[in-house]
Design a protein around this ligand. Structure first.
Ligand SMILES: [Mg+2]
Length: 248
């Protein structure tokens, strides 16, 4: 039996943020994707071979987004198999521009079933607390939901795969996006390919953790001193299949 804290009970009573899953996709599982530093990189990398654009339509200063390597392949794969929800703390105007640019990169405008942007229904920051992304607010069976997110302070306590943001990796050594050989979204696709239909999300993530090609201990956890629940994983931007093969 689960014992929830008062804070957890309050969070679970929060409003559902999106409509029920469409009948055509009723049998699909749900993938939640963060935007900044998960699908995109905040920063000017116009010398890279990746799509990069300025968000001047939203800001009065030059703010650039670069699409992470493998974004198109990952989204095409995921959109054809899962219900896809983009969940960003950015404003609706920001999300609208970013989503349009993602559609241009992917060549499709149907990859996201829902986009959740900043809203008081879930986004609250106070002097003592930070917002989080509570998966129960999606109104989906939690055992059929996995989230990908780069910020440990907002991740749910389970059912989440943390991704390493590219800029952090570039601070470790590689000076360009190309040199960083970012394989994060390739890893993410590889992970989802392995998610058996009948396996609930937490059990799946637990099984993957036991394979050892993903690690739950990351710089982020050390940095924030916030331990993740056992069924959250971290994905590091390394080539997945070669690493996995050595562990299997
Ligand atoms: Mg982020």
């Amino acid at each position: 039996m689960h014992v929830f804290s008062l804070e957890k009970k309050i969070r679970m009573r929060r409003k559902i943020l999106i409509p029920p899953i469409s009948p055509a996709k009723a049998k699909r599982r749900t993938i939640v994707l963060d935007l900044d530093d998960t699908l995109t990189v905040l920063g000017d990398h116009r010398h890279a071979t990746l799509p990069c654009y300025c968000m001047k339509a939203v800001f009065d200063r030059a703010v650039f987004h670069t699409h992470r390597r493998y974004l198109k392949e990952f989204l095409v794969f995921a959109a054809d198999r899962f219900e896809l929800i983009l969940w960003t703390a950015g404003t609706k105007g920001y999300a609208d521009v970013a989503v349009q640019k993602i559609f241009e990169t992917v060549g499709r405008s149907d990859v996201f079933d829902h986009v959740i942007a900043r809203d008081p229904a879930w986004f609250n920051i106070s002097e003592t607390s930070w917002y989080d992304k509570t998966l129960e607010q999606l109104g989906r069976p939690i055992e059929r939901v996995i989230m990908f997110e780069n910020a440990p302070v907002v991740v749910p306590m389970s059912n989440c795969v943390m991704v390493q943001d590219l800029l952090f990796r570039m601070r470790e050594g590689p000076k360009t996006v190309e040199a960083a050989e970012d394989a994060t979204l390739e890893n993410a696709k590889y992970l989802l390919e392995r998610w058996d239909e009948e396996l609930d999300a937490a059990a799946f993530l637990k099984r993957e953790a036991s394979l050892g090609y993903l690690t739950a201990e990351t710089f982020r956890q050390i940095q924030t001193n916030r331990p993740l629940a056992g069924y959250s994983l971290s994905i590091l931007p390394v080539k997945p299949k070669a690493v996995a093969a050595s562990k299997l």
